[in-house]
Design a protein around this ligand. Structure first.
Ligand SMILES: *[C@@H]1O[C@H](CO)[C@@H](O)[C@H](O)[C@H]1NC(C)=O
Ligand SMILES: *[C@@H]1O[C@H](CO)[C@@H](O)[C@H](O)[C@H]1NC(C)=O
Ligand SMILES: *[C@@H]1O[C@H](CO)[C@@H](O)[C@H](O)[C@H]1NC(C)=O
Ligand SMILES: *[C@@H]1O[C@H](CO)[C@@H](O)[C@H](O)[C@H]1NC(C)=O
Ligand SMILES: *[C@@H]1O[C@H](CO)[C@@H](O)[C@H](O)[C@H]1NC(C)=O
Length: 404
């Protein structure tokens, strides 16, 4: 296609010629500003997927790269693709902790811990799984290749209990585990990403006290320290006791063992990541989603940005983005500092000033996702697993593997 697919012909005259990728849909945001009808919150709210006027759900899914700003073209490149590579029906097998391990070109991820449909949490820990990217790449020209990519369960030794977030760490993978009941504390576990998948507990307490429910973990590329979020989902999903700490962000210096709290004031801190140079931290607050207790629409569904000072402390908290729809869960940056988060309808992308550039629209809640190097992304949408090709490159592996 040589002409832009603008929504609304009155703006065509202002358009300039550009080749719109086959799987891209251009959204002119001026056409969203004054809608004919705007339903009340009982109809249109944080849980509702919004379609731009004139765009049907089928069209939104058929061209899943939604361009909200011209800068998105550089992110998706001339021929982005999106492929379903596995489907599970009801079991939320594709949830979080998406991590690429370059030496084997595999991507790890985990099942939802605590979801009723998974039966995980108190009775049973969730499962770690992996896929091979060469298998995903082989089907990337198709839209639904479910069943043609092997989803392989991993048995970690000892087990990682109720894993949620994860990231590359010194050539291995570090998981944030949410804990289980009274006697298995939340912990950071380091896992060897090849057989026998042996694990070592890096941290499981704060001066002898159990954390609430660890959620996500990121390594600051400037100082190599391990930053992680502690929140309430284990309690809100009935597999952890009532909390005994405020919900905070902590920092572990693996060399000295020092653990410090670096940020508080959250409802439910969740995903965490750093800008490519480590100078900013982004922390998602999913306070609007109380798991088994439903939603609170006036609580945060927001990403906050902090300055990371040269001593590794956080300052200058500011609201970076309030997302819609859904809540911002996993969060990652590309090498240019653009910020990506899994939300209620797919993966949204903002520039460093918090301007929405575009979406990878899957039409369902996307808890987490990650780059697998340059031009490849794996997206976990609970019961569906997606593989995307695009132009952008993830900053994580480049920056989060400091030398031992
Ligand atoms: C939010 O909107 C959905 C429809 O999208 C509706 O089913 C639900 O009841 C609404 N929630 C509340 C609390 O009004
Ligand atoms: C846990 O196991 C008990 C006893 O078997 C059962 O009653 C309960 O429903 C299970 N809970 C979940 C969340 O699966
Ligand atoms: C992909 O195909 C599988 C198997 O036919 C189906 O169960 C699943 O719903 C499809 N997924 C999507 C997102 O269309
Ligand atoms: C796994 O075992 C190897 C061999 O004993 C050891 O070098 C490595 O540190 C272990 N890794 C973890 C994460 O425990
Ligand atoms: C909803 O969230 C707001 C903002 O955090 C809070 O003030 C309010 O008490 C919450 N409402 C309920 C019912 O929990």
């Amino acid at each position: 296609m040589l002409l832009p697919l603008l929504l609304g012909s009155s703006l065509m005259s202002e358009a300039y010629s550009r080749t719109v990728p086959q799987q891209a849909l251009v959204v002119d945001q001026r056409n969203l500003n004054a809608l004919n009808t705007v339903p009340p919150p009982s109809v249109s709210n944080l849980t509702s997927i919004f379609f731009p006027p004139g765009v049907t759900e089928d069209e939104a899914l058929a061209r899943p790269f939604h361009v909200y700003d011209d800068a998105f073209y550089d992110i998706i490149g001339p021929n982005p693709t999106l492929t379903v590579i596995a489907s599970e029906g009801v079991n939320p097998l594709f949830h979080e902790a998406v991590v690429w391990y370059p030496p084997t070109d595999e991507v790890f991820f985990v099942q939802n811990a605590g979801a009723k449909a998974a039966g995980t949490g108190l009775n049973k820990s969730n499962q770690i799984l992996k896929i091979s990217l060469s298998q995903a790449a082989a089907v990337s020209t198709e839209r639904n290749a479910s069943g043609r990519v092997d989803v392989v369960p991993i048995t970690a030794n000892p087990a990682v209990i109720n894993s949620n977030g994860a990231t590359n760490y010194r050539g291995q993978v570090v998981f944030a585990g949410e804990g289980q009941g009274n006697n298995t504390p939340p912990a950071l576990y380091v896992m060897n990403p090849v057989e026998p998948y042996n694990t070592t507990v890096l941290l499981n307490n704060y001066f002898g006290r159990q954390f609430n429910s660890l959620n996500d973990v990121a390594i600051n590329p400037r100082n190599g320290d391990v930053y992680f979020t502690d929140t309430l989902y284990g309690y809100l999903q009935h597999f952890r006791p009532p909390p005994a700490f405020p919900n905070q962000v902590y920092r572990l210096n693996p060399s000295t063992g020092a653990v410090t709290a670096v940020a508080d004031g959250f409802e439910l801190p969740n995903g965490i990541t750093f800008s490519p140079d480590g100078s900013y931290a982004y922390v998602a607050d999913t306070g609007a989603q109380y798991a088994f207790y439903g939603y609170n629409f006036t609580a945060p569904a927001s990403i906050y940005r902090y300055t990371v000072e040269s001593d590794g402390t956080f300052s200058n908290r500011k609201l970076f983005s309030y997302v819609s729809p859904g809540i911002p869960d996993g969060i990652h940056c590309d090498t240019n500092g653009n910020v990506y988060s899994g939300v209620g309808d797919g993966v949204h992308v903002w520039n460093p000033s918090g301007i929405l550039l575009g979406k990878i629209f899957v039409g369902m809640t996307t808890a987490n996702f990650n780059f697998a190097g340059k031009g490849r992304m794996v997206i976990c949408a609970e019961t569906e697993l997606y593989y995307a090709t695009l132009a952008a490159e993830g900053s994580v592996v480049a920056s989060e593997m400091p030398p031992m």
